[in-house]
Design a protein around this ligand. Sequence first.
Ligand code: EPZ
Length: 416
Amino acid sequence: MESKIIINGGRPLCGEVTVSGGKNSAVAIIPAALMSDEICYIENIPKIEDVIVLKKMMETLGAEVTIEGNTMKVDPSNVSKWIVPDDLAREMRASYYLMGTMLAKFGKAQVAFPGGCNIGSRPMDQHLKGLNALGAKIDLKGGVYVCEADKLKGCEIYMDVSSVGATVNIMLAAARAEGVTTIVNAAREPHIVDLANFLSAMGATVKGAGTPTIRIKGASKLRGCRYSILPDQIETGTWMALAAATRGDIKIRGCVPYHMESASVKLAEMGVEVIEGEDYIRVNAKNRPNAVHIQTLPYPGFPTDLQQPFTVILSTAKGTSMVIETIFESRFRHVDELRRMGANIQISGDVAVITGVESLSGADVVASDLRAGAALIVAGAMAKGKTTISNTKYIDRGYEDIVDKLISVGADVSRT
Ligand code: EPZ
């Protein structure tokens, strides 16, 4: 029986919450551990569904993977396979990182076309362009990418799109390639820097992560290491949205305020108080927010993953807001559910025009993807009355202990 999340909303959320390790860091760094022959300890791993699925995939390849608390131990010494089971690969987007890692380790990989959130076509042409440039031959046979490379040789790769996934996949393969790989127009997200630091800890030489040009000098052998991943940038932003939407006051601990700049600036424009500490952000929203305009862009622009939760704040702001989603072509599927709760939002192409209403009212709603699910949690916490959210499996892919954390800031929430 699919579980549901039930929220009786309409009151300010106040208190302190600690963010977990970053999902998009974890799903890039965990596969990278397979490229060594030694044990890696990866700390601050979030206990989320995507990590569980990734663990299963790695075990089918022969790795020994154990999780104690939030520390994962990866022993890749018996990894002997490079074929990822289709059913597991289709459960998440990041399964395609096993293409880069298995090519790096064995010169072979077989990974089904990945699953992941249905927020657009999500092509892989930049992944293939980069891996081909490094020397891989890749054929799509029956929905499975069959990859082979006699040798991976470093080169310069120009990205037509600053794709996070393609940048990660190329970095992974380049870490064991001969010579230097230069990625031009690379993605600059915090999780790219996190992966670069992990690969460096394993013995690769990675320079320029976080800038549009990344240089990776591959190593013939990569060593085991102990590494703690970054806090989740998008979970941090989700708590910021919950505080603003419920007119609450939440101190978000264990985050990196610098990574949240675009979200913090937008909240300040809305008239919400944002106090930044060394490793925390406090969001104190006493009044009804002002309408603002948001355009999603690659980092350091406003993150597309926060577009959905922030649209909810704007649905009860004073005035009319505009949200332009420039990254994914169908990332407004949460809007239908928000309309069911009384939101007044018009969609035209990649633009949402949001006319703020006094308040939303609770309803039965369905999550269509991970961050749509997060948006519905924000909406349910803000709305007067009871909201029941179905398809919570999407939410569990990316948020650790979300119900307990919500209760700790005063939400009246339960899971069936
Ligand atoms: C990653 O997806 C994240 N997922 C997404 O987070 C996030 O929304 C996205 O980056 C943007 O930040 C993971 O890290 C596992 P992209 P990814 O490649 O790598 C186009 C979440 O909620 N593109 O940066 O798939 C693509 O169509 C998830 O945590 C190509 O054209 O994103 C899109 O328009 C959802 N060709 C744009 O680039 C390619 O080969 C950005 O996509 C690849 C992508």
